[in-house]
Design a protein. Structure first.
Length: 116
């Protein structure tokens, strides 16, 4: 029994350690958006619209064991977090590309809600 528990805990550690770490600071949230609703991405060089309501901030970082953290995957995780709190736009505020210290893309984003 103890052996099975150890194997289960080790498996859980391995699966969670391979994903990037997501830290959220949510200010306000709405009903979650459906998983297939579009989330607009504003890149570093694009300005945040003046009518945008800030819902929170998200940081996506490397855990040291992260493997699935190319730009598209990290961006999808940010969009998923935005949908969870009802945001329909994310504004990238910081993007660190893979380097000597990390093989992952690292993002800071602001979650926005923009009424059309």
């Amino acid at each position: 029994m103890r052996k099975h528990l150890s194997i289960a805990l080790f498996s859980l550690f391995l699966t969670s350690a391979c994903s990037p770490k997501i830290s959220s600071a949510i200010i306000k949230d709405y009903d979650a958006l459906k998983y297939d609703q579009k989330v607009v991405v504003l890149e570093l060089n694009q300005k945040q619209p003046v009518n945008a309501e800030v819902l929170g901030h998200v940081k996506i970082r490397d855990t040291g064991f992260s493997t699935k953290c190319n730009y598209d995957i990290v961006l999808d995780k940010a969009k998923l977090e935005a949908r969870r709190v009802g945001g329909n736009t994310i504004k990238i505020t910081k993007h660190k590309k893979p380097d000597l210290w990390s093989t992952c893309h690292r993002l800071d984003v602001t979650i926005l809600k923009i009424d059309s």
